[in-house]
Design a binder for this molecule. Structure first.
Ligand code: NAD
Length: 297
């Protein structure tokens, strides 16, 4: 298939590379020339403009940093929506607010057979590289089914959460919970270590007990407890504090819109905000462990 891919950053780069590996013809575009060159090295072709990228594309995929970026790409000055073929399928994999996702899908469908779904992902850069992402889709059932063959080149699990925007809602519910259990895990580990426990032994005990959770199981925030995770690499790589902050902001906006009570999510947003303001925005989100470290050490 001929696929246009917008945003070949940390996630989009390896996702586009996996589409090439699966035999698709990928025309990539990014605002950063060096990233576009990496996509070319992986077998994609570089489009010299967004409109050129979507020429004859049967599928258009975007993996952008924010709702504003997605809206700008599709509907802004020189927005690409009108240049996209009338029967094309558009898949936005960015994590953005549900309202923007619905607005884009409605604009895509207006006066044409174009169909757009939201398909934010879970699984991080490791999952993007390995082609094992989870796609959390929102959109008409037949459109999600149509997207399946393409998504399966980049991921191993594909869910349909509901209609347009539902994928984004499910994604931010998940990430709000992820932030909460990461903070809780870090807090518990610090408490145990403060009382002389070995963080590895404590992790093993909690892992076998009712405190078990994903942060303990595959992403332990205490340096040295687990190999191959950001905490054992000075919190480099992984999922950035700034991105977690963005997702928590989206969760709180959603909570405001539905008058939902999310006290733990609000606290998580405050803690990650303070952590980012202390200069940690570029570190992996498990670096929240450092927030609990005694400053007099
Ligand atoms: P990134 O900043 O590395 O990549 C985004 C890319 O989009 C950049 O290269 C940027 O130049 C490009 N871009 C911005 N506007 C553009 C435009 N108009 N046209 C073409 N390219 C444009 O970010 P990332 O880490 O790849 O994350 C992308 C999305 O995936 C975000 O919404 C993020 O929340 C989500 N996400 C990230 C992770 C992760 O672990 N990094 C995990 C799950 C979901």
């Amino acid at each position: 298939m001929r696929i246009a891919f917008f945003g070949v950053g940390h996630m989009g780069g390896p996702m586009a590379a996996n589409l090439v590996k699966a035999g698709h013809e990928v025309s990539a575009f990014d605002l950063v020339p060096a990233l576009l060159q990496e996509a070319v090295n992986a077998g994609a072709s570089a489009a010299d403009s967004p409109a050129r990228a979507v020429e004859n594309a049967e599928v258009v995929i975007s993996m952008l940093p924010s709702g504003a970026a997605a809206k700008g790409l599709y509907l802004g000055d020189n927005g690409i929506l009108d240049a996209i073929g009338q029967d094309s399928l558009i898949i936005d994999c960015s994590t953005i607010d549900a309202a923007t996702a619905r607005e884009l899908a409605a604009a895509a469908a207006a006066d044409s057979g174009r169909v757009m779904i939201d398909a934010p992902v879970s699984g991080g850069v490791g999952g993007a590289k390995a082609g094992t992402l989870t796609f959390i889709c929102g959109g008409p059932e037949d459109a999600v089914e149509r997207a399946r063959a393409v998504l399966e080149c980049m991921g191993s699990k594909i869910f349909r959460a509901g209609d347009n925007g539902a994928g984004q809602v499910a994604k931010i519910c998940n990430n709000m919970l992820l932030a909460i259990h990461m903070i809780g895990t870090a807090e518990a580990l610090q408490l145990g270590v403060d009382h002389g426990l070995d963080p590895k032994v404590l992790s093993d005990i909690m892992f076998a007990s009712s405190g078990r959770n994903w942060s303990l199981e595959v992403y332990n925030p205490w340096p040295g407890v687990m190999e191959g995770v950001p905490s054992s690499n000075n919190y480099q790589g992984g999922f950035g504090v700034n991105l977690m902050n963005k997702d928590l902001g989206l969760a709180l906006e959603a909570a405001l819109a539905s008058k939902s009570a999310t006290p733990m999510g609000a606290l998580a947003k405050s803690l990650y905000g303070l952590h980012a303001n202390a200069g940690n925005g570029g570190l992996d989100f498990s670096s929240i462990q450092r927030f609990f470290k005694h400053r007099d050490e």
